[in-house]
Design a binder for this molecule. Structure first.
Ligand code: ATP
Length: 241
């Protein structure tokens, strides 16, 4: 059995009186991609933010890279091994791509060099452009490069290919596969079901803050034609009172 890089047991999150996540359990193994699917507002980003300790939450058990976390605090030793590519990542718009990479690489004692990231992510041509002047897809590429600057063992990708053209998307898919092969555990959220089907080893479907299905891609597809038809059936199924 592979090493567990993330274990979430019975995690719940409320925003004031509103339940955003209820009793969510999820495990991510080293060398696998787990895709978390769900409609807008299902709780995907809230789940990632909870795991990252960006807000308060309740959990029976939360373990990241072998360390049990009993509070919102994330020790530096853990933060340095976790990469995050969030939606609408806010970076200093005035820094150039090369400066952003210099900055983020400096946070990690070991990890990638800015030169390596520029080359690896095909960013050399825009190295001197200011982040604020990049297209949406180019920003996504830079955000992905930053997310892997520390050579993480656990990587969260929140809708990573939004706004990317076909070539950039393929480049990013290759990078995801490469990280996976190197033993990283990846948690991916996406609204592109074919992207999940292509990349993920396992799928978790969130609906109104509850995990309503979880398993390998084939287990979730079961007797449906595709992951998309299985997914649509799951999220449309009437809830019982
Ligand atoms: N800071 C916040 N304060 C109050 N409610 C919030 C906050 N952030 C999210 N929510 C609510 O929590 C629920 C889950 O939101 P979340 O952003 O996690 O969904 P999501 O699945 O990531 O959606 P999307 O696919 O649109 O990104 C939604 O009902 C949302 O309105």
């Amino acid at each position: 059995m592979n090493q567990i890089n993330l274990k979430v047991q019975s995690l719940s999150k409320h925003y004031d009186a509103k339940a955003a996540l209820t009793d969510v359990s999820l495990t991510a193994y080293a060398g696998e991609v787990i895709a978390v699917l769900g409609k807008n507002g299902a709780g995907k980003t809230t789940l990632i933010n909870s795991i990252l300790g960006m807000h308060n939450y309740e959990a029976q058990h939360l373990e990241v890279l072998g360390t049990q976390l009993n509070s919102q605090h994330r020790p530096l030793t853990i933060r340095q091994r976790v990469g995050v590519m969030m939606q609408l990542g806010t970076l200093n718009a005035n820094l150039t791509v090369a400066e952003q990479l210099d900055l983020f690489c400096s946070y990690y004692p070991s990890g990638a060099t800015p030169e390596f990231l520029l080359e690896e992510f095909d960013l050399t041509g825009i190295a001197k452009q200011r982040f604020g002047k990049l297209s949406g897809g180019q920003r996504q590429q830079v955000l992905f490069a930053i997310a892997v600057a520390g050579d993480p063992d656990l990587l969260f990708l929140d809708e990573p290919t939004v706004g990317m053209d076909v070539e950039a998307r393929h480049l990013l898919w290759q990078q995801i596969k490469k990280r996976r092969q190197q033993g990283c555990a990846l948690v991916l959220t996406t609204h592109y079901i074919e992207e999940a089907e292509r990349l993920a080893d396992r799928i978790a479907v969130l609906r109104d803050g509850h995990i309503i299905a979880q398993g390998t891609v084939n287990e979730v597809i079961a007797d449906h034609d595709s992951l998309e038809s299985a997914y649509l059936k799951l999220i449309r199924k009437p809830t019982h009172a």
